[in-house]
Design a binder for this molecule. Structure first.
Ligand code: CTP
Length: 197
């Protein structure tokens, strides 16, 4: 009845899965709440919470070459949920606890042949520096930083932002289809996998 969520549709992650399948990859989609989708050829695992997502990703990452963390994971969850409806008079405050940071957890476990792609949502004007810090802090090789000022990007077909990498010049995208960004990310990932042999 009552829950904490966000406006993410999961479209960017699904576009990346689509482009990766097209490029011949074995794809596993680990998805929370998303718009309905059909990705023939992909293995799909649905999860309900950030903790479940971490568990399933952890199990799958061992044998994976690439992790793309496009999920808009909630940073916090309610400390105590209830299976019965709480009357509004009983609900005086909501205690929150922090969810695990899945990307950072996997970044710390990453082996040298593995490639990790992260995302970031920023509204400040200096999104490039914020993104670079986030990428390094979480151990990602590539990071797409979405400019979400004014509520842009979430739930939409198009996106605006910067593709950052430790070893590439920053690329800027303005109001392009999420598939355009997905294709570029898949290409960059493929280059790194070829380098690793
Ligand atoms: N992410 C994650 N686990 C979380 C929160 C986020 O794995 N609990 C991942 C997202 O999938 C994304 C990246 O971290 O790839 C960046 O998410 P973002 O919300 O921009 O950053 P935060 O780490 O939450 O930092 P802040 O809110 O302080 O900007």
């Amino acid at each position: 009845m009552r829950f904490i969520g966000n406006h993410s549709s999961g479209r960017q992650g699904l576009a990346i899965a689509y482009e990766a399948l097209k490029a011949g990859a074995d794809v596993t989609v680990i998805a929370g709440e998303t718009d309905p989708f059909d990705l023939p050829g992909a293995t799909v695992i649905k999860v309900q919470s950030a903790e479940d997502m971490l568990k399933v990703i952890d199990q799958n990452f061992v044998d994976a070459d690439v992790l793309v963390m496009a999920a808009a994971v909630a940073d916090f969850r309610v400390d105590k949920s209830s299976i019965v409806k709480l009357k509004k008079d009983e609900l005086t405050h909501i205690a929150l606890v922090q969810n695990p940071d899945i990307l950072a957890t996997m970044g710390a476990k990453k082996r040298s042949h593995q490639v990790i792609v992260g995302f970031a949502a920023e509204t400040a004007h200096d999104i490039e520096n914020l993104g670079l810090k986030k990428m390094q802090g979480k151990g990602a090789d590539l990071l797409f930083v979405n400019d979400v000022s004014g509520g842009a990007v979430f739930g939409q077909e198009e996106t605006t932002g910067l593709l950052l990498g430790m070893d590439i010049a920053t690329r800027s995208f303005s109001n392009v289809s999420k598939y355009v960004v997905a294709e570029e990310i898949v290409k960059e990932v493929a280059k790194r996998l070829e380098l690793h042999g």
